[in-house]
Design a binder for this molecule. Structure first.
Ligand code: MD3
Ligand code: FE
Length: 217
């Protein structure tokens, strides 16, 4: 008898959970590269510091953000958009590190999206109490491209809704190293993050960092 080291739901680097058509959780997929990823996040935030953006309505977002890649997501009184320059420094965002690109492409391919080459990586930084209210991601041109998200640090409860704001939300716990691919029929579903509970992670302390990869074009 042979030992089944990697049954169907596990390719050796993460159990796979289908949340809905087009939405796949790859548990722990980022764990093997975690040290390299955290070092890269430190390097990016030293060059493009985390900041609290203002919504078009004039509210300060509780989540702090920065970006790497040819395009960065920004928000201010004029609206939401992708910008090639960091408005704080006037310089281009730092490039997306190779280790990020490889992880994002591998995750997308596990979910059936071959050749994913993101040009935008939004880095969201949460502390206990911070949240992301229910929204849709609609600032990208091509909704046939998936979004890949990587969770690091303390756990969060992710809210995964439907195509209408009023639709019921699934509550999905996301922990350190979990990667989610959102594409196809899931691409325009409402989603958000519940207020973070206080907790501590050995590498990151009382923080959650989420990387969101997109092909903006
Ligand atoms: C589901 N960030 O930056 S990533 C965002 O954890 C954002 O920081 C969250 O939502 C975070 O816009 C969640 C997961 C995500 C991203 C895009 C989606 C989930 C999605 C698009 C459609 C459905
Ligand atoms: Fe979003």
């Amino acid at each position: 008898m042979t030992l089944d080291l990697f049954p169907d739901h596990d390719d050796g680097a993460g159990r796979r959970e289908e949340l809905a058509p087009g939405a796949v959780v790859l548990r722990g997929l980022a764990l093997p590269q975690q040290a390299e990823i955290l070092a890269a996040v430190d390097d990016i935030t030293s060059r493009a510091p985390l900041r609290h953006l203002t919504t078009p309505g004039g509210f300060r977002m509780s989540v702090a953000m920065t970006n790497c890649g040819a395009r960065g997501w920004v928000s201010d009184r004029r609206g939401y958009r992708y910008d090639a320059l960091d408005p704080e420094s006037g310089r281009p965002w730092p490039p997306i590190p190779e280790v990020f690109l490889e992880l994002a492409a591998n995750a997308a391919s596990e979910a059936g999206f071959e050749g994913f080459a993101p040009d935008a990586c939004l880095i969201n930084h949460y502390e206990p109490g911070t949240r992301l209210s229910l929204h849709q991601d609609k600032d990208e041109r091509d909704y046939s491209q998936p979004i890949v998200s990587v969770s690091l640090g303390i756990p969060a409860v992710f809210l995964f809704g439907g195509l209408k704001r009023e639709d019921r939300c699934l509550r999905v716990p996301l922990g350190h190293g979990d990667v989610v691919v959102w594409g196809g029929p899931a691409r325009l579903r409402f989603h958000g993050v519940m207020p973070l509970k206080a907790a501590s992670h050995p590498g990151l302390g009382m923080r959650r960092v989420n990387l969101t990869f997109r092909k903006v074009g």
